[in-house]
Design a protein around this ligand. Structure first.
Ligand code: COA
Length: 251
């Protein structure tokens, strides 16, 4: 795609770029370590998502990853390395890329391949459309490591899946294949063998970016409000957004 001057690498583990077609990309770029999320990557993601949030007139975001796997989750080698439990807690509270990702006002399409585990999968669950390459495997191994999926996983997975199906998936920690993930509602589409997931995600993103952007953003906000609010408040949010969209169209 025709890219505007790139923002470049952010601390060499994440790349972000903005295309002239209104599609931005955020790329996990630590392939030699299977794109595991360490503190550096966490900080780099915060910078990247902030740049996306603040970029004017963006139509869609593609989140994708380099190398053989989307992400093998949190960086286990950093576990227990904080100077104290207070420091560990401060890091978790102060550096929250996950809330930032969820609240980005543009449609987010994630392109999954290889393994998407732990916070890798949880990141994907905070996107709006999940496309998986043939052979993708997803899972939440956290409980096996004595933790819980705390990059939003316990909430996002239960938002997309029926609770009766989400709970075993969250508790047991076993990876599943892409087709099972599609049936469960974890991914939206599984591509046939040989079809490029990044290209498919970009094509999808470009289609969205070609639509009236204010309307797409408003529809996305209203639909997300429906998830988060009781029916009466969700309907009121939709009314407000429809009003604002009309106003924009008539200005
Ligand atoms: N944290 C830190 N390093 C990790 C990692 C993780 N979660 N997952 C993989 N790596 C590192 C390996 O230590 C290895 O590093 P090295 O080349 O310096 O030895 C490198 O990434 C490649 O991993 P490897 O296990 O050799 O690749 P594989 O293709 O044989 O296996 C997986 C792929 C995903 C099955 C396997 O890496 C795995 O199970 N990882 C742990 C997943 C996990 O529990 N994540 C935690 C979620 S909270």
């Amino acid at each position: 795609m025709g890219m505007l001057p790139p923002m470049g690498e952010i601390d060499d583990v994440v790349r972000v770029a903005f295309g002239e077609d209104g599609v931005a990309e955020v790329v996990l770029s630590r392939p030699q370590k299977l794109n595991v999320v360490n503190l550096r990557m966490r900080d780099a993601l915060i910078e990247a998502f902030t740049a996306v949030r603040d970029f004017p007139d963006l139509g869609a975001l593609v989140l994708r990853a380099e190398g053989a796997h989307f992400s093998a989750g949190a960086d286990i080698s950093e576990f227990g390395n904080a100077e104290s439990i207070f420091e560990a807690r401060r890091i978790r509270w102060d550096r929250d890329p996950w809330h930032l990702l969820w609240t980005l006002p543009v449609p987010k399409i994630v392109a999954l391949h290889g393994y998407a585990l732990g916070s890798g999968l949880e990141m994907a669950m905070l996107c709006d459309v999940r496309i998986a390459a043939h052979g993708t495997k997803v899972g939440l191994p956290e409980t096996k490591l004595g933790m819980l999926p705390a990059a939003g996983g316990t909430r996002s997975i239960t938002a997309w899946m029926a609770p009766s199906r989400a709970l075993p998936f969250i508790m047991a920690g076993e990876p599943i294949d892409a087709e099972s993930a599609r049936i469960l509602g974890i991914v939206d589409e599984v591509l046939p063998e040989g079809v490029d997931v990044d290209e498919t995600a970009f094509a999808y993103a470009r289609r969205l970016a070609g639509l009236p952007r204010v309307a797409v953003r408003a529809a996305l906000s209203a639909a997300k409000a429906a998830h988060e609010l009781p029916l009466r408040e969700g309907l009121a949010a939709e009314r407000r957004l429809a009003y604002l969209t009309d106003q924009f169209n008539y200005d």
